[in-house]
Design a protein around this ligand. Sequence first.
Ligand code: ASP
Ligand code: MG
Length: 318
Amino acid sequence: MKIVQKYGGSSLADEECLRRVAARIQRDAQDGNVLVVVSAQGKTTDALTEKYRQVSSEFPSRESDALLVCGELASSALLAATLRSIGVDAVSLHGGQVPILADGPFGNAVIQRINTKKIRKAWRRGQVVVVPGFQGVDREGSFMTLGRGGSDTSAVALAAALRADRCMIFTDVDGVYSVDPRRFPEAVRFPSVNTATMVSLAENGAKVLHPKAAMLALEHDVPLEILTSFADREGTMVSLRSPERIGITVKPVSEEISAVTVIFDLPPNGKTLFLLTEAMSYFDGIPYYTGSALQVTLPTQHADDLIRAFHGILYPVE
Ligand code: ASP
Ligand code: MG
């Protein structure tokens, strides 16, 4: 078994989190080879961004990337040390050491190539490898960042390069839901979901997975599991063989306008569409229907009510 695990900033926020994550890795490392991708702890990236803004409004992008990667570098060193403290042989390898080669503009670079030799060598020695997410290096060896939220992309790219059996994305929710469970308690959890549906959900505002990561998983057929690091529970399996689902997302369009999207991979039946259209008529929004999505652009203050109305039609409570 080859497993890639990615832990987001909230899963690594403090010592207690680090120890919880290390214990989980210790257990999973008994079943095979583990590569861990880490984000910066908590709100570290925001704090670092604030620091360079204070220094200069024209902070050179090469230097801002060199600063921003520090959050993930710190996480990887801390997690590798925590693992060693509980007897797990672990080593951290940053983007330049792997190496993860990237190209494109600083601040929004794209991974071009990953050399997996050092990772596989460490695996042969029985080590857990910890790689900071969100970073790569250019041909000169300068650090480049992949855009905010880029650690998901690092994890899926590494899983694809290593042909991992599974890429587990640990986050603060325990899977993919019909609507954001942090804001709508009526949300229904999906045990599994098709990667194509996941791409649409992510692109239209679902926060569980970065859209670029979802797209990479689709292109390279990487099986994902989205789960929480805060409880010992199975998550949502995301794969090309999983069923398509209906989900509702919301995304800001401007300061006062939001786009609410219903993603159907299967075209809805006439009755559902009629009910959705009727619900929509109570709102002052502009609808747009493509056959696989219904999108309504409306004032943000009404978005939650429309989402609740749509959700009640698509997932009626018995
Ligand atoms: N730390 C980076 C960010 O906050 C990357 C990530 O968390 O994925 O955007
Ligand atoms: Mg983050």
